[in-house]
Design a protein around this ligand. Sequence first.
Ligand SMILES: CC(C)(COP(=O)(O)OP(=O)(O)OC[C@H]1O[C@@H](n2cnc3c(N)ncnc32)[C@H](O)[C@@H]1OP(=O)(O)O)[C@@H](O)C(=O)NCCC(=O)NCCS
Length: 364
Amino acid sequence: MPEKPTLRGKTVILRPIGPEDAEAMYASLSDKEAMQLTGTKQSFSLEQVQAFCARVPTEEDRYDFAITLPGENRYRGEVVLNDIDWDNRSSNFRIAISGTENREKGYGSEATELVLEFGFKTLNLHRIELEVYDFNPRAQHVYKKHGFIQEGIRRDVLLWEGKFQSAIVMSLLQPDYLARQSRARFESLETPRLRMRRLRDDDLAPLVAYRNLPEVAWMQLWENYDTESAKKLINGCKVVEPFTANDSFQFAVALKESDELIGDLYFKMDEAGKQAEIGYTFDPRFQGKGLATEAVKTLINHAFKEQGLHRIYGITDPRNAPSINLMKRLGMKQEAQLRKSLWFKGEWADDVIFAVLAEEWKTF
Ligand SMILES: CC(C)(COP(=O)(O)OP(=O)(O)OC[C@H]1O[C@@H](n2cnc3c(N)ncnc32)[C@H](O)[C@@H]1OP(=O)(O)O)[C@@H](O)C(=O)NCCC(=O)NCCS
């Protein structure tokens, strides 16, 4: 087998793991947090780790990289493509950075980026998959940021200190990886008065404030909208591109002049990337001025004309007249009323579905 390569990034250098890494790898096995986050229960002797490090450089179904920094050779963790199935061009991925002092410095993100580039562009893999425990939001964030999509959940696969934990299965396919590379990061959609952009950290206070107003919350799924939920929403949208199949995105709606947040739009794509559900929440101070219509109209127009969607629908409660009126104003037609189909704030509620098709969408 030809010698395994070294991958160089701006901050980290990934070099093939070899016998010289055995002691550092052995020491990393006493990192309790990493052991839990990777679900490692087995204990290994130094001799076992030495044998492993001596073996992996020549194994043909894996690439084990030590994460190092320029000017030093020290093992700070590892990132691995393993169980490579050459017939199906598929591989597993895993990463662990040793020691809290090395985490959250961007090393994991850059190492992931380098290995994905190597896997998809050099090895020509079609699929890279991984598993991440549901109690590991940091790793989930990093994987999502690089385009991994959740495929499913393996329920209760890990028994850790008396409690069962589930694992999320994620994967990234080569065509999606390459498409992401060539696609510019979403910045904004503009209307005469509004800018639909990514949610930002400084939107936190207004987002929590208007989502908590009783006249806003009464028809939404939440009772109290807390800061933690808002932070999660904002962070989630930093790493997702809108109009990604099987993913949702929350657009911030801001006044063009001041960039002040006045509402947000939900947009959830189906698996095929051809249909989407929309939703909207607006600060009541900015309702009744045609701003919501302006925002949603522009989003739907963009989705049909630029993103090639086929159908867009909204689901609301029949008691929510402003929402129904908005959808009617946009030319959406009622398709169904699902009777007592949603358990909502202590009672069964109806859902009405309005939709518009690309072929009937009028250009405004
Ligand atoms: C998961 C891991 C590889 C990530 O690498 P890292 O170098 O620590 O991460 P980075 O500094 O590159 O990035 C961390 C990102 O997570 C975000 N983050 C941190 N804590 C978070 C949390 N609780 N929820 C959501 N996101 C979080 C950070 O804000 C940062 O986001 P940004 O890049 O968008 O700014 C590393 O922390 C690690 O090895 N952890 C222990 C083992 C492990 O969990 N392995 C994965 C098993 S599946």
